[in-house]
Design a protein around this ligand. Structure first.
Ligand code: SF4
Ligand code: SF4
Length: 138
């Protein structure tokens, strides 16, 4: 989701934002379920100059009890990630057309993953360390 999503212009000025998406490889974009509303699909259709049905088929799938979830693709860091995520630049490629859930995430003030990431980077003494929990190597 990167950068601005975590500090939207309508955010109350009094709330201190304790994370910086520019330092994060985009964990929140790797969630298995990124649900969309009909309005989100309409926005994606407009953004890509497609019909509603074409956008729905191309960008979404029905899964996990949700009528529309974002299609995903391979990612070398998190395994799978949103199809609109730039895996080289580590950022959203449709920032102005992103779904409502991406606009509101992670809420105000803190991001749990960012706290985890910064903690692990301090512990590992490595500013580029990427914190994950699926330690399945020998
Ligand atoms: S639409 Fe953008 S912000 Fe939302 S999950 Fe996909 S890449 Fe991330
Ligand atoms: S996981 Fe948190 S810090 Fe990382 S991009 Fe998402 S909101 Fe920003």
């Amino acid at each position: 989701m990167r950068a601005l999503i975590c500090n939207p212009p309508d955010c109350e000025a009094s709330i201190m934002v304790l994370y910086n998406c520019a330092n994060c490889p985009g964990y929140c974009c790797s969630y298995p379920v990124i649900p969309l509303t009909k309005r989100d699909v309409e926005r994606l259709a407009r953004h890509h100059d497609l019909s509603y049905e074409a956008a729905k088929a191309k960008f979404t799938k029905e899964a996990h009890g949700h009528k529309y979830t974002m299609r995903r693709k391979r990612d070398e860091i998190y395994g799978r990630i949103c199809r609109f995520f730039d895996t080289t630049e580590r950022r959203c490629t449709i920032y102005h057309a992103r779904p409502a859930t991406c606009r509101s995430y992670p809420g105000q003030g803190r991001c749990g993953y960012y706290d985890f990431l910064m903690h692990e980077r301090r512990c590992q003494r490595d500013d580029d360390f990427v914190a994950v929990t699926n330690h399945d190597e020998d």
